[in-house]
Design a binder for this molecule. Sequence first.
Ligand code: ADP
Length: 492
Amino acid sequence: MVKPIYIAGEWKNGRGGLRATTFPADGSINADIATANADDVEEAVQAADKAWRDPSWRHRLPHERAAILYKVADLVAARATTLAALQTRDNGKPLTETMALVMSAAGTARYFAAACETLDESLPSQRSHDYITASVYEPLGVVVAITPWNSPIASEMQKIAPALAAGNAVIVKPAEATPLAALELARLFEEAGLPKGLLSVLPGRGSVVGEALARHPKVRKIAFTGGTSTGRRLAGIAAEKLIPISLELGGKSPTIVLEDADIEMAARGVCYGIFSSAGQACIAGARLFVHHNIYEPFMARLLELTRGLRVGHPEQPGIHMGSLINMAHLESVAGFVERAGADGGTILCGGKRLTGKTETCDYDAGCFYAPTIISGLSNSSYVCQEEIFGPVLVVLPFDNEADLVAQANDSMFGLAAGIWTENFRRGWRLARTLDTGTVWLNTYKKFSVSAPFGGFKESGLGREKGRAGVREYMQQKSIYVGLSDEPNNWSA
Ligand code: ADP
């Protein structure tokens, strides 16, 4: 059955042709989506531009705008099981993970509803008795949100909620592989009473639909999460148009285990940091630096944990890793591992596609790759510098802290880092020296919607989340109000 898309408040077939979304765990078809084309982009943008300017939205009081987001938060939470199942079908992640993403989306909607209600404007310090000045914020207008396949619903809500809270209209271009959660989210916004035109969801090809949206003159902001090369291309478009862009891009995050770390805590944290989501996370802790003094016992425990991970059908309870997103991606991951071998690396565990069958999973039908740990490479090697986006960890022993910091920071990326130590003061000092937008100290992959998230260096530009996250979707305006009863005497 053909699945319609959400163009300017209407459910209809896009004009960009049919595209099937498949379940990566067994290749079965989830839905045939009637994707968007350039005409649909035009229709959605024109409607969005009208909708955000409409006084019925523009003049709606903040708490009334917030009410829609609160309602959506409740609807997302109430339908969590269905939404998680839908997302698992789209990207093959285990249900526990997709459930966490759904609940995170509900929390994000609620947080930005509260931010919307409580955002202050200000009177700067006054410099004259003749006039007063006010500093107010206006929406940007039409915002396009372009999202990747690894964390749908959470990434989409992270853009839609602050953009709407700030008074904009939003057009979402979900990843080709994972349009289902975004389409379902649009249904919930519709049910919550969002006026037509303020939200469109246009699945389709990035190079066609995403690019047409980004280039459209009426689009006034691009909020992007995805690969660094696409981000760079979109930044070029934003530069030509002189519009703001926020970019959440790739990573090659270092995780550091100091010699005084609690081995059990660190090994479990490192294992989770790289292998959850089968490593398909921009924040995956993909480079592991371990102090020589504890290398042996630490690696023994990490290997034991890794070998014990259950890779299986993502709808089965109790599994740690599901399928990779598709075969092309699995081949890319396998290619990196081959390259590591050719560069002199030793594969300590994994290093292969899983084949055959278990009682609950037919590995041959899906894209399952074993969690893999590689040693014997240097930080400058290809696989330590490039993002693999899969379940592959490279381990690098170190002796000296200054050298460690130099290596950890020797990366074009700067998204996140982890530190494991029992010495809090040392950990804090180290955290301040790392060139990354997030540092986790004795934990990993924890997220709070109130803590801004974004990258240093080629991992991104701008921050999402946090109260200031709403401001990323607004522009500041100064208003001067004259107080003098006397006319301006310049022309006298
Ligand atoms: P990933 O490697 O995570 O798939 P991409 O950067 O290729 O990262 O994709 C992230 C999102 O960007 C997807 O929604 C994709 O369709 C979109 N996209 C890809 N190419 C372009 C482009 N040239 N212009 C706009 N969006 C694009």
